[in-house]
Design a protein around this ligand. Sequence first.
Ligand code: ARG
Length: 461
Amino acid sequence: MSDQSLSRSGVFSEGVDRRVEKFTQSVSFDCRLYAQDVAASLAHAKMLARAGLLTDEECRAICHHLEEIRREIEEGRFHFRPELEDVHMNIEHALIERLGDIGRKLHTARSRNDQVSTDLKLWVRDAIDRIDGRLVDLQKAFVARCQADVDVVVPGYTHLRPAQPVLAAHYWLAYCEKLERDRERLADCRKRVNQLSLGTAALAGTSLPIDRDFVAKELGFEGVSANSLDASNDRDFALEFVFVLSAIALHLSSWAEEWILWSSQEFGYLTLPEAFCTGSSIMPQKVNPDVLELTRGKSARVVGSLQSLLVLMKGLPLAYNRDMQEDKLPLFDASDTVESCLEVAAPVVAGTRLHREAIAARLEGGFLDATTLMEYMIRHGVPQRKAHRLVGALVRKAQQQEGRLADLSLDDFRAEWPAADKGVFEVLGAQKAVRAFTSFGSTGPQQVQQQVQRWRQKLGL
Ligand code: ARG
């Protein structure tokens, strides 16, 4: 039996089995919450002093020793003991070792149930802010590329088949938009993360005269949870955060997949920065896109974490249940994984080179201008369904001649569409076709230029 157990009251006549200590401990992973735990305890102690539940002197001693303990942890001088179960009891136990009965007062009007929720919210709040910063870094890397690649037209794909010509900058900004929605989701999630749980105690609140608003203010929370049962049971904030992480991971995974393809010999559109590629131990010629492949692969872990959390919380009755201790592993892992993916994504985007000639050569095939030709006919009064059929026939004719639409003669056009004039050639060829786009949000150069400007302003570039 561990004689230091803080959670075994006089009701027990027997100590806990060693195997249970090992089975139930969480300190091996929740030790990451030490800074949040100390911060929350400092705020709690100050509040207890204001409420007359600690003397000023007791409060000062507690705060001093909590900060001392934090320093010891930071400097690697603190020994976490699994028999003390979690980070909360390790820190409190150390405090009691140093202060005796004064230390025993810190847990007044508090339970580990509201403590763990508060610590976790503080941790998630910091993680949100860090990840948000990394998303901005990645957006900046994409927007910076827009300037460099301003005149590059690339094939746009649907079903991974050539569809219509698109400006490279339009591609880069597409990712900025996705990441912006992720940022909005993070900001929205942050509001619900930023509600103080501390003071709900075990599940019902407390009869002691606490001041939750004061603690909220001390810890930078925007509000105070209004139902103690809900607050001690709620892990929606973790679920939401890991959902947003999953959305980010999916966006990164699609981008990674696209650039794996584009950097392949088969596409030859771009070369990834060598410092972000790896070699093969047996094939000396290989330069592999492992960073992108791992970005794609790691998204599976993040989505798996979301799944774990959803299943973990499913069907739990109010209020705290020990199952919830298991929330930390997927939460931390998802956050670490996305952060690490974002850390390498920005330099990959910045350091990748586009191969303009290889891309330009690809623009010649695939009839990327067919839809623009159809729209030209529509502008000249041909009903859409008819124009669609006519252009199809012209594509077929060009295929038979093993050429492009632009290689057909005016007579070829007139054979299908008697009203055709030389004007058709103005929209043929990918370079010309891309200039024909004018609708808001389209890939037309003017539209894209406006969007690039908007992004530069938004990101302060
Ligand atoms: N280690 C626990 C966790 O992480 C702390 C809360 C324990 N509360 C309890 N009533 N046993 O969830």
